[in-house]
Design a binder for this molecule. Structure first.
Ligand code: PLP
Length: 513
């Protein structure tokens, strides 16, 4: 493909994406394909001869689009949002155009320096403690990782190596393998699966401590666990707290956890993969309490900052602790400006050697939307979640399971778990909206996350109508089945029907505004 053809293909692709995103509501959010659909549609070998791009693009419509789950649809309410925006898409394209791999400053000075700039911009925007900025006097700074999972793993590995170093000093009688065999880490049973996985990858058990009734992990629980473990000869290394748990967006009590971690010299990491977006808002200032005492934290720009996947910000109070843990060099990686404090070699801050030029899409997004645009985006998601919450609260057939938090509402139809399961199954079969289930203390519930590039109040109304009408249908079917199970006579059935209709077809049900 030459530059002329690339221009044609590229412009057609931009039109394709703009048409797709502009008309995203036309698609059912979930695809209708069965497993293996694409394997059957495509040839078993790549084409021997080149094919025209026009044919490839039309195949994207024909075979790829039918297998897409439309994450950018405002009818997507599963998981947490994965954001994108037009400027971010352009940023991704330009980064591919440069085609660099910025593992050291010399490998593309702009890649490293732009990352330093945008990470400091973001730290200021989120009102993080100053010591997390590269521009601060201390050894702190921020880096862009691919995902929250990577950020957590980096924190866990660095904390582990620091603990091994200090333990070898304080306990010279122990061999290194004896020390490593005693290491232990902590998180809550509400934390994301990536935390437990980081423990597996780091070969260090992570104890998932039971969060309190309100799903929050507090210092008392951590202190008790650590004291028991120390008494048993173990060495506590790190606690990974969460601000915005995946299940219900609960916020661990960072201040009381920091009290314990500081007193017992345990690394404190905060996973704020989703809720970090709230740090930017004055009305969410509470969320930032205690962050001045944590060693590291992560926040996914691809969840809440309109920057597309993958883009996960991580800040370190003392980056040297990570660099010292991961610094493995070769002669071909060296350059003459190495070691200068204002130009970090970010390869030592991460797991892979190669680095994508992610800062470019961040910079383009931040400049074209501005801080106010980003704050408005977070505020809009909160307002839409509040709109949904009011629908739930005004319908007596439903109950809230946890307080609405940022763009997430956790709710369930009253009654046994079967109602939740059946309602979700109906919604999944209809494919008009997508939600996922969660469970706490034996109670299953639904998570309604505000998602999509441009969700509107009418989308929330659409989702609510879908949910409440499907509950109506489920309850009607359920009561019919109950009558059918014990039909004493025909008049029982008639009476049951009459009662059902008198109740508006679906139990006590006050429609909200
Ligand atoms: N932490 C929390 C609280 C999350 O909700 C998620 C994913 O939704 C993750 C971590 C994992 O994020 P990633 O896919 O970026 O690794």
């Amino acid at each position: 493909m030459d530059a002329k053809e690339f221009r044609e293909f590229g412009k057609a692709a931009v039109d394709f994406v703009a048409d797709y995103l502009e008309n995203i509501r036309d698609h059912e959010v979930l695809p209708t394909v069965e497993p293996g659909y694409l394997l059957d549609l495509l040839p078993k070998q790549m084409p021997e001869e080149p094919e025209p791009w026009t044919e490839v693009l039309s195949d994207i419509n024909r075979v790829i689009k039918p297998g897409i789950t439309h994450w950018q649809s405002p009818n997507m309410h599963g998981y947490y949002p994965t954001s994108t925006s037009y400027p971010s898409i352009v940023g991704e394209m330009l980064a591919s155009g440069f085609g660099i791999i910025g593992f050291s400053w010399i490998c593309s000075p702009a890649c490293t320096e732009l990352e330093v700039v945008v990470m400091d911009w973001l730290a200021k925007f989120l009102k993080l403690p100053e010591h997390f900025q590269h521009a601060s006097d201390g050894p702190g700074g921020g880096v862009i990782q691919g995902s929250a999972s990577e950020a957590v793993l980096v924190a866990v590995l660095a904390a582990r190596e620091q603990a091994v170093l200090s333990c070898k000093e304080t306990h010279p009688e122990l061999s290194e393998s004896e020390v490593r065999g005693k290491l232990i880490a902590y998180s809550s049973d509400q934390s994301n699966s990536c935390i437990e996985k980081a423990g597996v990858l780091a070969a260090m058990p992570i104890k998932l401590l039971a969060a309190d009734e309100d799903l929050i992990l507090r210092g008392d629980t951590l202190r008790k666990a650590i004291e028991e473990d120390v008494a048993a000869g173990l060495i506590p290394v790190i606690c990974i707290a969460t601000l915005g748990t995946t299940g219900t967006c609960a916020y661990d009590d960072i201040e009381s956890l920091a009290d314990v971690c500081q007193a017992l010299k345990v690394w404190l990491h905060v996973d704020a993969a989703y809720a970090g977006g709230g740090f930017a808002l004055e009305e969410c200032a509470e969320l930032r309490r205690g962050l001045d005492r944590v060693d590291s934290l992560n926040f996914n720009l691809h969840k809440f900052m309109l920057v597309n996947f993958d883009c996960s910000a991580m800040w370190l109070r003392d980056a040297n602790k990570v660099v010292d843990s991961f610094n493995v060099d070769r002669i071909y990686l060296k350059h003459k400006h190495e070691g200068q404090s204002q130009i970090p070699d970010f390869r030592h801050w991460q797991i892979p050697l190669g680095r994508r030029f992610r800062a470019l899409k961040v910079w383009i997004t931040f400049r074209t939307l501005g801080a106010e645009g980003l704050r408005n985006h977070v505020r809009k998601h909160i307002a839409l979640a509040q709109q949904f919450e009011s629908f739930v609260r005004n319908d007596s057939r439903f109950e809230m399971v946890a307080p609405q938090a940022l763009g997430l509402v956790c709710f369930r139809p009253r009654g046994d778990n079967e109602n939740t399961t059946q309602l979700l199954q109906r919604l999944m079969e209809r494919k008009k909206i997508y939600m996922v289930k969660a469970e706490h203390a034996g109670r299953q519930f639904l998570r309604f996350a505000v998602c999509g590039m441009d969700a509107k109040p009418s989308d929330i109304e659409f989702a609510w109508t879908e949910i409440e009408s499907q509950l109506t249908a489920h309850l009607a079917e359920k009561s019919l089945a109950e009558v059918a199970r014990k039909p004493s006579n025909v008049s029982d059935l008639t009476q049951h029907f009459q009662m059902h209709l008198a109740n508006g077809g679906g139990g006590t049900h006050e429609k909200s505004q």
